[in-house]
Design a protein around this ligand. Structure first.
Ligand code: URA
Ligand code: SF4
Length: 226
């Protein structure tokens, strides 16, 4: 599989440029069966960026991430954690919906590592534009995409971690901004926090407890901002 890199225009310098280009991505097989690319959305000045797994059925139809039940729950948890839901950016590790047809129903299938790897250049390009202070990985797929396959959300959720040197983050994520006087300023180093996916809350036996756990983890991210 060729991966997404070749579909990223070298001169892309806004999220809108990236979104437009991602619409034509054929970096892996997933574009074939899905309806459309679901790129990230939200505040271009967001200090916190949330990374989910992949769009679900509803997201695939609407072309927007986190518009279904998991998204609603996530926004409520963000609010309860003390972050303003209007000032976040939401995206996914994989930008096309992977599913299996059962009759007429489209059943969610977890993306494979090849899909995550193929799609990572889009995520990296989003980080380069957004330069977030905190990145929140929602669930195992996002956490592994950023922290490597050995990472266990169950073991390290809710911990504020340094941006991993091992993650294939872009050189230009570390790109230093130049101010009006032409001096080079240090970019704020991003930190990373992994937590459970909002869908896992919806599936939990004890939903209240799972929800409180999610909010507790997101509160750690919120406190990291000031
Ligand atoms: N779950 C995800 O991981 N991402 C979405 O966009 C929606 C549901
Ligand atoms: Fe491209 Fe990612 Fe879609 Fe694969 S899943 S076609 S890499 S946008």
């Amino acid at each position: 599989a060729p991966g997404a890199q070749q579909f990223i225009p070298p001169q892309a310098d806004t999220l809108d440029d990236l979104r437009a280009a991602a619409g034509g991505c054929r970096g892996c097989e997933l574009y074939r069966d899905a309806s459309q690319t679901v790129f990230g959305r939200g505040d271009a000045d967001a200090r916190v960026v949330f990374v989910g797994e992949q769009p679900g059925d509803m997201e695939d139809q609407k072309g927007l991430p986190f518009v279904g039940p998991a998204g609603r729950l996530l926004r409520r948890a963000v609010d309860d954690a003390g972050l303003d839901p209007r000032h976040i950016y939401l995206t996914n590790a994989v930008k096309h919906f992977r599913f299996e047809l059962r009759g007429r129903r489209r059943i969610h299938q977890t993306p494979d590592r090849v899909h995550v790897t193929a799609c990572r250049p889009w995520l990296v390009a989003e980080f380069a534009q957004l330069r977030p202070e905190v990145v929140v990985a929602l669930g195992a797929t996002a956490a592994k995409a950023l922290l490597g396959p050995a990472f266990r959300v169950t073991r390290q959720r809710g911990e504020l971690l340094p941006w991993p040197a091992s993650a294939q983050h872009p050189e230009d994520f570390r790109r230093v901004p130049v101010d009006a006087k032409g001096t080079v300023a240090d970019a704020p180093p991003a930190r990373l926090l992994a937590t459970i996916h909002p869908s896992a809350v919806l599936r939990a036996d004890n939903q209240d407890q799972a929800y409180e756990g999610l909010v507790a983890d997101l509160t750690v991210a919120a406190r990291a901002l000031d």
